[in-house]
Design a protein around this ligand. Sequence first.
Ligand code: ZN
Length: 351
Amino acid sequence: MQKSIERIAGDSQGVSYEFPVFRFEGTDKAASSAYLQAALHAGELPGVVAIDVLMPMLEKAEAEGRIKGDITIVPQANPIGRAQYHFGEHQGRFHLGTRTNFNRGFPLLAAPDVELLPDTTLGTADQRLKTRLLQLTIGHDIVLDLHCDDEGLAYLYVHTSLWPAMADCAAAMGVDAVILWDEDTDGTFEGASITPYLNLPAEVARFDRRVATTVEYRGILDVDGALAGADAEGLYRLLVARGVILDQALSTPGSFTGIVAPLENIDMMPAPRAGAVLYNVKPGDRVAKGAPLATIVHAPGEADGRTQVFAPQAGIILTRRSRRIIRAGEDLLKLVGDRKSADARSGTLED
Ligand SMILES: [Zn+2]
């Protein structure tokens, strides 16, 4: 395993950022290669601690000559966001300099060719970081971007071109749900990882062996030793299932039995009022159409001071907010409906 340090120039003199990259060299050039990163949204740490558990497993495999494909690991992908504190609160989702989401604005290349990457010398630091991260992925068959939601189940976003071919990955990781999407106009990291292959001939794009996914490891507070261990095992199983690592002691994953739904089935449930949220449901709950989802206490102590929100259709609660203060129009939760949402704001995935 080799460790190197990437450096990203800041936007003013005297400021720069750095992050480590770990590389394992595979012994079989024909084997699938993998790229894993965590904490692109810098405060989302379940994937960071999962990688911390995974690394010694990879080092053991390397010592035993079982690493077949190249593996690149970036445990903390966003040193810019990691340093952003605003009045004591960490702000790792948007770049404070440009107000741009760290998981938007990645270049959507026409082909997986580093020559097509934009020159960001005169851009902003977050653009330089995004271009470099995307460059690190090029040439890898498997690209995993580890995030988490507010409070939620473990789930994946997957482009429709990779489904159901990626069902073995979902089963190996043991996630609860898979959300399928087919259009990314905003340049998420996952979108930028799959878009270059969409217009290539099938025998070049190799969708049978390609993996690109945003992994949502439950909620922001699910930074936990036992979960990190289970998630590391899941990542390891995926790498074995796809032939990146050899481990004959491991059985092949069974079929995926979780929820699979298109993004357009998700109801985000905007709050009708500002106030304090009392939830009637939690992630994993199955709800019927018309079931109470949440109550907004907008005028405490007054008659009619509460407003209830009901399920517009039957489905499963995928996520909800971690904070209980809400403004009118902000989303209360993600309900994966049994059918298309009447309020479909689908398009780009949500993370
Ligand atoms: Zn995220």
